[in-house]
Design a protein around this ligand. Sequence first.
Ligand code: NDP
Length: 241
Amino acid sequence: MGRVALVTGGSRGIGAAIAKKLKEDGCDVAATYGGNDEAAAAFTAETGIKTYKWSVGDYEACKAGVAQIEADLGPVDILVNNAGITRDAPFHRMTPEQWHQVIDTNLTGVFNMTHNVWGGMRERKFGRIVTISSINGQKGQFAQANYSASKAGDIGFTKSLAQEGARAGITVNIVAPGYINTEMMSTIPEKVMNEVILPQIPVGRLGEAEEIARCVAFLASDDAGFVTGSTLSANGGQYLT
Ligand code: NDP
């Protein structure tokens, strides 16, 4: 039996690539999603990975969802906090709703999920928590005060938990992607992509979801036991920390 891995937002984009990679590496994988049943069904049909629907922003739903996955697959060894949203607006036009939606999903969602696997990992003296932050949590971004705050918050959360988990065999790390070729990017006009975004990326291209998945797979592996509290930037050289 492989490790049991739970990937939030694992039905599409980067999360789907992570779920597939962990399965390839021998894990028993569960993927969650927020509401897009069609994408989740297509993902399960393609990969055989079962999907579970609830909002990571809802603590009680996370508790029930984790319990269901543990009943189906066994105790969660690896949690990948990947679910995330954007609600961009320049700050003078950002609504409290846009602020709260993003914080609730991207930051409180990470608390909700991690809190519901943490006790079991402590008891079993093994755990891997990998959270997907963003380059924009490291450097800030125009019209993303909510998103950048949430993703920077994930980094602080991770550094604190790394200290708390160390003696219990739990590592806690961040992968911080730059611009990745997913649906989140498809809304960007071609002119902006070619004239503004690509020139900022020294390697001259967007990243691929599979490249992020390979970073996550390393941090989630048994081999990465000495790596904790770290932020692995995967951004084509766009922002050097
Ligand atoms: P996508 O929009 O392609 O997929 C998002 C996934 O998260 C979907 O499975 C979605 O479910 C799920 N999700 C959204 N909200 C919730 C919620 N409240 N509860 C549970 N699941 C939810 O995103 P990406 O693959 O582009 O991004 C994945 C992560 O990577 C995010 O955290 C994002 O911030 C981060 N990131 C992405 C970058 C990029 O260039 N794409 C760059 C840097 C970071 P459903 O399908 O049901 O909506």
